[in-house]
Design a binder for this molecule. Sequence first.
Ligand code: T1G
Length: 695
Amino acid sequence: MSDAVTLERDGTVGVITVRNPPVNALSQAVRQGLKDCVSAAAADDAIEAMVILGDGRTFIAGADIREFGKPMAEPGLLEVLDMIEGSAKPVVAAIHGTALGGGLEVALSCHYRVAVDSGQVGLPEVKLGLLPGAGGTQRLPRVVGPQMALEMIVSGNPIRARKAVEVGVVDAIVDELQAGAVAFAAAKAKAGGPHPVISADDSKVKGTDPKLFAEFRKSIEKRARGFFAPWRCIDCIEAACTLPFAEGMKRERELFEQCMNSPQRKGQIHAFFAEREVAKIPDVPKDTPVQPIASAGVIGAGTMGGGIAMNFANAGIPVTILDSSQEALERGLSIIEKNYANSVKRGGMSQAQADKALGLIGRSQSMDDLGKADVVVEAVFEEMELKKKVFGELDRVAKPGAILATNTSTLDIDEIASATKRPEAVIGTHFFSPANVMRLLEVVRGAKSSKETIATAMDLGKKLRKVSVLVGNCDGFVGNRMLNPYTREAAFLVEEGATPSQVDKAIYEFGFAMGPFAMGDLAGLDVGYRVRKAREGKRDKAMRYSPVADRIVEMGRHGQKTGAGYYRYEEGSRTPVPDPEIEKLIRDTAKELGIEQRQVSDEEIVERLVYALVNEGARCLEEGMALRASDIDVIYCNGYGFPVYRGGPMFYAQEVGLDKVLARIQEFQAVHGDLTWKPADLLVEKAKGSGRWDS
Ligand code: T1G
């Protein structure tokens, strides 16, 4: 018997414990161990019932994702589940931590499920580009009904134990995991006996109105656009409601294989592991001390400051918003209150949760009130002298050991830090708008940021439910630095003959949430205009420059906020409407610049935009501004709407073939010159070498 799974008697109950840290994934050893222990318990007359539980912090959290893509070693999971379900003695799953994916499928093959109050259950396979492939799509609907099964499996989100009891996935909440489960199992041995989910009574699925599936497919059209797996999940659940169990299982297997063989599974699993890699910082050891964050301050009650403050409140951390202007403070706080009210209306949180969070947000007009904060995030107007003044004052009042963070997106962290006597405590925490929604947090290390400051900022991101990525202090850090050539190429493409809507449509169909022109209109074209004007003196005049964006802003068209930018917007609508006036402006400008017009293909649009990202990303890697290519993928999938099913720009390029990407970039270089399209040295090296960023 493998030590990954052990069987001990507890009275008349055989307790089967899975030990496969850190999350008890269903590796081959675990599958074998489960099979051996269930048969041993079945053969032991002294055992009248069984309990399956996980050692350590959680029940089984799913199949071992690292095994995917390799031949699956025996015994297969389905064989093990059939054995459990077919047991003549009652089998009880005892859930703590998270029973996810294959873990919940193991629990569903048991006859009963109990959980501690803090336990969670879920089928998150769709987030990996997969679907529950061990009967989850056939058993769950039989327990909770098709509607709840659709919501759980297509969203991939877990539910808490109490909710699981409500919907029928869990039979009882126990205080003590093993003791409670053993007592429950012993009682079932006396009265109740085995109770497979797939009992003859299919009342939860029989007679399901077929309209349910059509309506559900319609309801996910926006959020599942471009994805492969969500639609297959629905097909499986429909099969559970229309086919006998055995045939439904066959349908599930067939669709699971389709997902497994889809390039999207590779992209999404890459993204899963990439999100865990970001926490590994070569020169900041895992055991670097992290400062406790019991209270926070935010300076600046604008849109960003308000969103940042909400992050702290949502994480249960008391936060004080400071603004010198009473009016700005009032306005900022009323926007926060509106945000919470909307969230409650949308069902995103309960009124009690909103009230609790609001209760944690204080206000002040005096810097002295930030003297007790463990971390202060500055989010004032993007102007260096102002930021340095704020940091000088903050340095005077902040307590020793406080983290002094700036939310700047374009300014030099080191220069800001120079305004304090404690540069080691200064760090960039670049939130993305809307700050209380976007998951990405770029943590920008200054030259003097200490390891403790970096470790604390990275950990703070996790506490705020962000994905923190450590980046270097170059112009635009990593995300926005890569966005520069991306938007530059978009501007050049429309001068060469494409239209803004053609460019936006091509990249939207590639999978981006939004194209560059619609994005510019949303963010406000005047933002970029101010940055370009501030840098006019430093601009390399030899570099091709498109004046179109400046001319649009100078026409007073700043985007959605003025009702017109690249596109027109009908009163009260945010839908971009192509505007012949802008298309004429672009044509006239191109003529003035002597740029010959031509048909631009959608394929070239996608290549020029995406490879511009890849080439600049390679430069960020070369310069050490990003620690690894997969960090760049995490940045783009979580902060810039890059389609996660393609893994991120760097993974996508690697899947296309770095040699092919290089060849295409060299073609652009031949046409457009070195200043915009010289291939990054690292790209050349990898394309001619391993073809992989990480080797
Ligand atoms: N397989 C392999 N490794 C895993 C893993 C898994 N399922 N889950 C986590 N890890 C690793 C992770 O890479 C990290 O490694 C460490 O464990 C801690 O993870 C047949 C086909 C359970 C909620 O999708 O959601 O079952 O970086 O940092 O924040 O139908 O891990 O330390 O080297 O995330 O406490 C379905 C995925 C699989 C669950 C814990 N299951 N995992 O979060 O820790 S497909 C999932 C999670 C499947 C069946 C199908 C989370 C967690 P390292 P962590 P955490």
